[in-house]
Structure formats: structure tokens, C-alpha cells
Design a protein around this ligand. Structure first.
Ligand SMILES: CC1(C)S[C@@H]2[C@H](NC(=O)CCCC[C@H](NC(=O)C[NH3+])C(=O)[O-])C(=O)N2[C@H]1C(=O)[O-]
Length: 343
């Protein structure tokens, strides 16, 4: 059945609630059968007071994981990679257990420890320690492999950024090019994603962008966290993009424009996360009152992003708040999905 019209009044109310809970700015862009809906509240820059806009570039965090997974699925289509083959076949000696397959990595079932847990145990200090650091993939893997596997390979879903560091290493090994080139040639250029950049290892954002303001653990003080390399994440979280581009990318993905039907089917094989969520390959499924939507969420310091599309790709939503480490704002912004897709 067709989706009810987006509830724009409810969306705007939700954004305003997020502001009252500590977000300097928030926006929602819905692309509904070719018609764009733009809602924005608050500021992109607390210093100048510049209003936030749905066209502002943002750090999308783990929405990057979906881009990375699509590149690997294209490599499967090209016969360069098999999902159920051991990662160590392609990257000899990398992982401590050769039973870990590419599919385990892309569905967060490898058991690899998430090095972000070590880096960000103290939110602000952890961020300040890494914000301008540039890591190699090897250094990130050393951080993850310093801890034992959290589960037997394939046994359970256990989210880890390290999985998509491995995914980036696979891309670079199999294409003999950087992940930046892979994103550019395989996704950004073909889809004309003019707001999407893989700027790593730079710590600046090109063009017109929203600043990000992470929230300190105890005081709730806001720290301007805009300038950062996101090198601790790279192929797990370092893309910069916009609502327009994320909506276009997700819609193209589910409409079969980026991979074969066979690989899209693999991407949509779900591992349960909880009663209303599941994870495929670099893709989240959120079960709403009116049906399921597919996409990803992202959290980097100062940047909360939701990017989801309907099963047929005819309606997409990107919603965003320029704060982080604020569970109340996070819970509020989660509600943009129901308003945008279920009316
Ligand atoms: C699973 C998530 C939520 S966390 C994961 C990844 N982001 C990170 O791992 C960064 C975590 C630190 C962020 C920081 N928090 C702390 O420092 C807390 N001590 C803050 O909120 O500014 C991303 O993006 N993913 C989200 C996703 O996939 O939705």
C-alpha cells in the first residue's frame, strides 16, 4: 500500500524538540516521489548564528558503511571477491581466526573488538586525543586486535567499526586503489553526488557545511568538534555528504542501480538486532508502524545522522542534528523516521 504523506508538522515539532534538548541545529530532507521537502530549525554555526539548511554538508559517520559495503558487493559482481570466503584469503594473516568471512565482517558478526570503545571511553578527552590524528589501517587493526574476539565468528551480531576498517582494506587490496578513488569512481561520479567527499586525511569540510558540537559527558557543555580527521574510522565513517546525496544514493541502491539483483539480495539478508531492527550487509533495517525502511545511522562527534529509504526507494529521508553524546536528542531524532515514512 502507498505510504501516507510525510507528517511535516510532526517532523518540524520533532526538530524543535531536539533543539530544546540541546541540539544547536537540526534538519530533515524528505525526497518523496521526486518532490523534496525541506525542514530546518536552529543554527549551523553558534558563533555567527548562521541558520542551518537542508543543503548543508555534514559528517555522516557510519552511513559511510553502506557506501563501503556497496563497493565490496560490486567487487563480488566483478568476480574479485566471495562473501563466504575467509578474509585471510585476501589479506593473509590479518585476522586471528581464519573462520572470519567477508560476510561476517559486513554483518558485524566477526567478533572483532570495536577500537572506538577504547578511544572514546572518555568522550571529550578521547576525542581531543584523536581529532587531528591520522591513522593507518594497520594501526586501527592493532587497536582492535589488542583485545580478544567478542564472539565466535558468525555467532552473533556485535557492532564494530573494525569490521569496516577491514572492509576498506579489502577494497584497497582488491582494487589496488584508495577507498577515496573507489567511492569517487564507483558511486560519487556515476550518481553525480556533488556534495559527497571522502576528505580523509584532511580535517576540514568543503563548501557550505554545518559545524558540529559534541556534548561533554557530565557538564553537558558543548565543544565545537567540526575540525576532525575521522581517521579512527575512515571507511567505517569518514564520508562528508548532504541530505540530497544520501537520499539519492539510498534510493538508487534499493532500486538496483548500484549492484546486481543477486548482490542486493545478499545485502538484504537480515541478522536480528532487536525487536524492531535488523542488520544486513552494511545496511540497517528499521521496522516502523507502516513497514520497514532501509539505510544507516551515523554518529561522529558533533554529527548525528539518519539516512533511510522505503523498500521501493520512492521515499527517502535524511535527518540530522549537529550535536552528539546526547541520548535525549538521539531518541527524539529517531522519531523523524515514523513522521517521514508513516505520516
Ligand atoms: C552504532 C553507532 C551509534 S556508533 C558507530 C559509529 N560511531 C562511533 O563509533 C563513534 C562513537 C563515539 C561518539 C561519541 N560518543 C562517546 O564518546 C561516548 N563515550 C559522541 O557521541 O560524540 C557510527 O557512526 N556508528 C553508529 C551507528 O552505526 O549508528
Amino acid at each position: 500500500a502507498p505510504l501516507a504523506a510525510p507528517d511535516t508538522a510532526e517532523l518540524r515539532k520533532t526538530l524543535r524538540t531536539a533543539l530544546s534538548q540541546g541540539a544547536p541545529g537540526a534538519f530533515a530532507r524528505v525526497d518523496d516521489n521526486g518532490k523534496a521537502i525541506h525542514l530546518a530549525e536552529g543554527v549551523a554555526d553558534r558563533g555567527t548564528g548562521r541558520a542551518i539548511g537542508t543543503g548543508d554538508l555534514i559528517r555522516v559517520g557510519s552511513v559511510t558503511k553502506t557506501f563501503t559495503a556497496v563497493v565490496l558487493l560490486q567487487l563480488v559482481d566483478e568476480g574479485k571477491l566471495k562473501l563466504d570466503t575467509s578474509v585471510n584469503t585476501y589479506l593473509p594473516g590479518l585476522l586471528p581466526d581464519r573462520r572470519i568471512t567477508v560476510r561476517h565482517v559486513l554483518s558485524h558478526r566477526s567478533g572483532l573488538y570495536d577500537h572506538a570503545n577504547t578511544l572514546f571511553a572518555q568522550s571529550v578527552q578521547g576525542f581531543e586525543n584523536v581529532r587531528n590524528r591520522v591513522y593507518t589501517y594497520r594501526q586501527l587493526m592493532d587497536l582492535s586486535l589488542a583485545k580478544p574476539l567478542t564472539n565466535k565468528p558468525g555467532a552473533v551480531y556485535s557492532y564494530s567499526n573494525a569490521n569496516f576498517v577491514v572492509a576498506g582494506m579489502l577494497i584497497e587490496k582488491l582494487t589496488k586503489k584508495s577507498v577515496a578513488t573507489a567511492y569517487q569512481e564507483r558511486l560519487i561520479k556515476p550518481l553525480k553526488l556533488t556534495d559527497t567527499y571522502y576528505v580523509h586525511p584532511k580535517n576540514t569540510i568543503p563548501g557550505r557545511y554545518s559545524r558540529g558540537y559534541m556534548t561533554a559527558d557530565s557538564s553537558g557543555r558543548k565543544i565545537d568538534s567540526t575540525r576532525q580527521t575521522v581517521s579512527w574510522a575512515q571507511s567505517a565513517g569518514a564520508l562528508v555528504s548532504s541530505g540530497k546525496d544520501l537520499n539519492k544514493f539510498l534510493s538508487a541502491l534499493v532500486q538496483g542501480k548500484l549492484t546486481s539483483a543477486a548482490q542486493l539480495k545478499q545485502m538484504l539478508k537480515w541478522t536480528p538486532v532487536n525487536s524492531t531492527q535488523a542488520y544486513g550487509l552494511g545496511l540497517r533495517r528499521r521496522d516502523l508502524s507502516c513497514g520497514s525502511v532501509y539505510g544507516h545511522t551515523g554518529t561522529v562527534q558533533g554529527y548525528y545522522t539518519w539516512a533511510f529509504t522505503s523498500k521501493n526507494g520512492k521515499r527517502s529521508l535524511t535527518s540530522f542534528a549537529n550535536t552528539s553524546n546526547n541520548g535525549t536528542v538521539y531518541a527524539t531524532m529517531n522519531r523523524t523516521l515514523e513522521a517521514a515514512f508513516c505520516g
